[in-house]
Every structure is written in structure tokens, then in C-alpha cells.
Design a protein around this ligand. Structure first.
Ligand SMILES: C[S@@+](CC[C@H](N)C(=O)[O-])C[C@H]1O[C@@H](n2cnc3c(N)ncnc32)[C@H](O)[C@@H]1O
Length: 379
């Protein structure tokens, strides 16, 4: 049997810190609850799907302990995909890289699936998109083992799963974790399309899938940055909307400057799907490239004149500054000397020193009761 250790799992290239973990009790509980069903798939190779695995605990646990092959995996975060790939090479006494493939949420991921292991997303909209996709594409016999930390679970999650499955039951809690088991998928469920909303004040369609930040709304921090779009590097040729979410900033920037090349980038698959839909809905698909990438890893040094950033302050469910710092450093590398990084963040977050270190001279441009806008000049 393959020797495998959860303790060998790492989060890198996602932020690593003492209070951030690559595996938690809910991963182990999902695998334990699903163990019998997973063993029964032995006669049906390639029928196990993993969705929302954080850093590979579910995929590699199933691959190593139950000796599974042909696991199809969907992870929203690009950093999570990279961590799974790295862990596959290190967490067991054999290389598990060949045991799984990554797929977008859709037919190729789910067709013929009999067992789905799911780390419950925080957002009900994301859970709804996932459960509809499973009901639409998986084998009629499919059973979903959806687990999470009890403190992040709500009864509304049972209701959302109940829209797509006739039976939803909860296991007993263990180590502050619980699993919901959904089975007997309903007939006639269609996969979700991006939601959309027209914002008359900006004459802008905003489209959102899954857990995209702010959904079809426009965040009030984002709005404060929008007020300053006209002041940003007037002769910029290339601009990057870093952590673009639904693509609001990229869309408005591209629309207001006909000769600007705009790239919208995010590590989240749902964000990329959302931003792509936002560009199409506003006739901007030819003007904005939407790219899935972890912290500008595929961008050349000194290649952008302007970068816009409304950084996240959560890493998963933990409030942590590490992710903002990682994005500041990425922006500092990709910004050309003299280029500008415009950021907006909660006023209680003291980011000026970090911006000066990672990018260059930084000044405050605007501030209201909740948010601060700063501009940093690349060196
Ligand atoms: C606060 S939201 C801002 C979204 C959008 N710019 C807006 O203003 O509505 C932060 C975004 O950063 C993205 N993000 C987080 N970590 C990232 C990373 N390592 N690389 C790229 N994007 C990341 C998140 O997925 C999220 O969409």
C-alpha cells in the first residue's frame, strides 16, 4: 500500500503561515464518510470527482489510501491547483501526479461521476452552481459527500443541495466538522448560467458565476477606485486589473480609453468566467484579455504601465494580510519604472509601508470612512 501523509501537504504557492493549514479535519471526515462508496468504484474506474479541494488532501488521500486512478478535479483557485500538483510529487512514497486531471466545472468534469467529494464553498451561489452541474451531468447514481467546518456551515446549504437532490442528510459532527450527503439527483436540472445585473449609473452589465467577489453588485471600495480612473497614467499603453473578480474595473477602463490594452486577471476560475461574461455583455470582448493566473506569475517584469488592485483580505476563511502582500510584490515586479499601481483597501489596514517596500513611493489619493485609495509609483 502507498505510504501517504497528510502532514506532508503544503499550501505553497498559496500564502503559508503558522495559522494557515493545508489540511483540516473536514478533509479527513469527507474521506472517511465516503470510504465505502469510493471502494465500490473499483469496478468503475474514472468515476470519482473532487470539487473544491483546497491543497490536495481529498484528491491525494483518495488516490493514495484507496488506490484510485483517473480522478477528475475542479479547484476554483489556481494556487490550489498548483499546490495539489506540487503535493502530488511529495506527499506519498510514489509520485501521484498521474492519478488526476484538472477540469473546468462542467460536462467533462462530471459525466459518468458516481462519487463526488466536495469541500463546501462559503458562498451559497457557488454551492448552487456546483450542485446544479453535478445534477445535470453526473451518473444518476451519483452520491455527493460535501463537508466543511461546522462554524462555516448553515442550514441554507442543505436547502441549496436540496434544489438539485431529492435526499440530503447530515452525518454526526467530528472534530468540529460535518458532512452532508446528497443523493438521488433530480431530473431536468440545468447547469447555472452567469447571473447578470445592469448598473444604470455606470451603464454597465456585471456578470457573476459561483463565488465571484460581490456577485453582480459593485463593491463600495471598487466604486471609490472608479472615481479616480481618469487620473491614472494618462499615456498608459498596457493596464492590468489584478484580482479582477467580475471585471468591473477592467471593463470601465477599457471603455473609457480606446487605445489602451487591458488585461484582467484572477486566480479564481469563477472570476475568470464572470469577467469573460462581463466583457461579452458590454461589447468589450475584443478589448480585454481575461487570464487565469496566480499573482501575475505568467506576466513579464516591467510589462505594465498601470495596475489596478482591490486586494482580498481573506485567505480562504482566515483574515490574513499575506495575500495582499503577495499581490503587492507581484505588482512591483510587473510594473515598469514610473508606472502606477492604484490600490483601494479598508482604511484600518496600514498598507502604505508595504506598498512602498514592494512597489515604490506611495501617496494617499482619497479616503472615506471605510476605504483608502493609494497610488504607488514603480521604480
Ligand atoms: C476584493 S476582490 C476584488 C475583485 C474586483 N477587482 C472588484 O473590485 O470587484 C479580490 C480578488 O482577488 C482575487 N485573488 C485572490 N488571490 C489572488 C491571486 N493569488 N492571484 C490573482 N488574483 C487573486 C480574488 O479571486 C478576488 O477576485
Amino acid at each position: 500500500m502507498t505510504e501517504f501523509s497528510f502532514d506532508a501537504l503544503r499550501r505553497a504557492p498559496d500564502v503559508e503561515a503558522d495559522n494557515l493549514f493545508a489540511v483540516d479535519a473536514s478533509d479527513r471526515l469527507i474521506l472517511d464518510e465516503a470510504a465505502e462508496a469510493l471502494e465500490e468504484t473499483a469496478g468503475h474506474p474514472g468515476t470519482v470527482v473532487v470539487i473544491g479541494d483546497n491543497y490536495g488532501a481529498l484528491t491525494l488521500g483518495a488516490a493514495a489510501v484507496l488506490d484510485l486512478h483517473g480522478i477528475r478535479v475542479h479547484q476554483d483557485a489556481r494556487a490550489g491547483e498548483l499546490a495539489l500538483a506540487a503535493n502530488a510529487r511529495r506527499a506519498a512514497d510514489i509520485d501521484l501526479s498521474g492519478r488526476f486531471t484538472h477540469q473546468p466545472l462542467g460536462r467533462a468534469l462530471l459525466e459518468g461521476a458516481r462519487v463526488v467529494l466536495l469541500q463546501l464553498p462559503r458562498s451559497l451561489a457557488a454551492l448552487d452552481d456546483i450542485s446544479r452541474a453535478i445534477a445535470a451531468y453526473a451518473d444518476p447514481s451519483v452520491v455527493v459527500y460535501a463537508g466543511g467546518r461546522v462554524k462555516h456551515m448553515t442550514p441554507a446549504m442543505n436547502d441549496v443541495l436540496g434544489t438539485s437532490f431529492e435526499e440530503v442528510t447530515a452525518t454526526l459532527a467530528r472534530q468540529k466538522s460535518r458532512v452532508l450527503i446528497a443523493e438521488r439527483r433530480r431530473e431536468g436540472i440545468a447547469p447555472a448560467l452567469p447571473r447578470r445585473e445592469h448598473h444604470d449609473d455606470l451603464d454597465l452589465w456585471v456578470c457573476a458565476s459561483g463565488n465571484a467577489f460581490a456577485g453582480t453588485k459593485i463593491d463600495i471600495g471598487t466604486r471609490l477606485l472608479i472615481d479616480h480612473l481618469d487620473e491614472m497614467v494618462p499615456d498608459a499603453r498596457t493596464a492590468v486589473d489584478l484580482g479582477c473578480g467580475t471585471g468591473v474595473l477592467a471593463a470601465l477602463l477599457a471603455r473609457s480609453r480606446g487605445d489602451l490594452r487591458v488585461i484582467a486577471t484572477d486566480q479564481s476560475a469563477a472570476a475568470v468566467e464572470s469577467a469573460t461574461a462581463t466583457m461579452a455583455a458590454n461589447g468589450l470582448a475584443q478589448r480585454v484579455d481575461v487570464v487565469r493566473d496566480d499573482a501575475l506569475s505568467g506576466f513579464d517584469d516591467d510589462s505594465a504601465d498601470l495596475i489596478l488592485l482591490n486586494p482580498p483580505f481573506h485567505v480562504g476563511s482566515t483574515v490574513h494580510a499575506g495575500i495582499a502582500l503577495k499581490l503587492f510584490e507581484a505588482a512591483g515586479r510587473v510594473l515598469r519604472p514610473g508606472g502606477e499601481l492604484w490600490t483601494v483597501f479598508n482604511s484600518h489596514l496600514a498598507y502604505r509601508a508595504a506598498l512602498q517596500r514592494a512597489v515604490g513611493p506611495t501617496r494617499q489619493v482619497d479616503r472615506n470612512a471605510k476605504f483608502t485609495v493609494m497610488v504607488s509609483t514603480g521604480r
